[in-house]
Design a protein around this ligand. Structure first.
Ligand code: SAM
Length: 233
């Protein structure tokens, strides 16, 4: 189905994930699907991420950059937001949409193998991306989020919460395909905990967003380190 392809695209050769096929069509769908609340929801997600002025923020699976732009605003004036997506077409589209925000940039890449140094971001966010990844790749992507966050850095992952009723689910499946209909959103918290994140908590935003926030543990100070066996008396 064409709409499912627009949302979930074709398999890529350089990733096991799947990408948006058309930036402009995706923008139109996003506007309609949030029923007029898209700006409100994504502005809240940027707030919920804990981003502060001066932070370096990373948005994985950024698509057309809707959240990346709001992250760039949240970290202004001295901070920056980088959006990463495997789709060249979508990255190009995102760059045009954010042309007036010089602290908002975009690169091609995949969440499960980031071209970024350890501890290099203050905040990592991702919206509506995790359900694009095949299940075995998801832990690897969250492990990468952990690796590139600085100690004490914040994580926010948002994804699609399918309707609880069978009819609603069927409808979602018919319109968007099985990835969203069967999205195992309740596993998101465990995925984040398993990657060693702390302070994990979750919430919902109307109409159909579930988000999880967490923190990478701060580096232990020398005083807080457990005593070595030889030193324990
Ligand atoms: C539904 S869109 C969400 C876009 C945007 N974050 C939003 O909230 O509107 C999912 C995005 O994930 C991207 N994606 C797919 N596989 C990926 C991967 N392995 N790593 C990073 N992004 C991926 C797709 O190209 C697509 O742009």
């Amino acid at each position: 189905m064409e709409l499912a392809r627009l949302l979930h695209g074709d398999p890529q050769t350089d990733t096991d994930g799947i990408t948006i096929a058309h930036g402009r069509g995706y923008e139109l769908f996003g506007t309609l699907a949030f029923g007029g609340r898209r700006n409100h929801v994504f502005t809240r997600l940027a707030e919920i991420s804990g981003a502060r002025p001066g932070d370096r923020a990373l948005d994985l699976g950024c698509g057309t950059g809707y959240l990346t732009q709001r992250m760039a605003t949240a970290v202004s004036p001295a901070g920056s937001a980088l959006g990463i997506d495997p789709s060249a077409q979508v990255v190009e589209h995102a760059r045009k949409l954010a042309a007036k925000q010089p602290n908002c940039t975009f690169e091609r890449g995949i969440a499960e193998q980031l071209d970024a140094a350890d501890d290099s971001f203050d905040v990592v966010v991702s919206s509506l991306m995790v359900h694009h990844l095949p299940a075995p790749v998801r832990p690897q992507a969250v492990a990468e989020m952990y690796r590139v966050l600085r100690p004490g850095g914040r994580l926010m992952i948002a994804d699609f919460r399918p309707p609880r009723g069978r009819v609603g689910r069927h409808l979602v499946g018919a319109v968007t395909g099985p990835a969203m209909e069967n999205n195992p959103i309740d596993l998101l918290e465990a995925l984040v905990r398993d990657a060693r994140f702390e302070e994990v908590s979750a919430g919902d935003l109307h109409p159909w967003i579930r988000y999880v926030t967490a923190a990478k543990p701060p580096t232990r100070t020398a005083a807080a380190k457990p005593a070595t066996r030889g030193a324990a008396r």
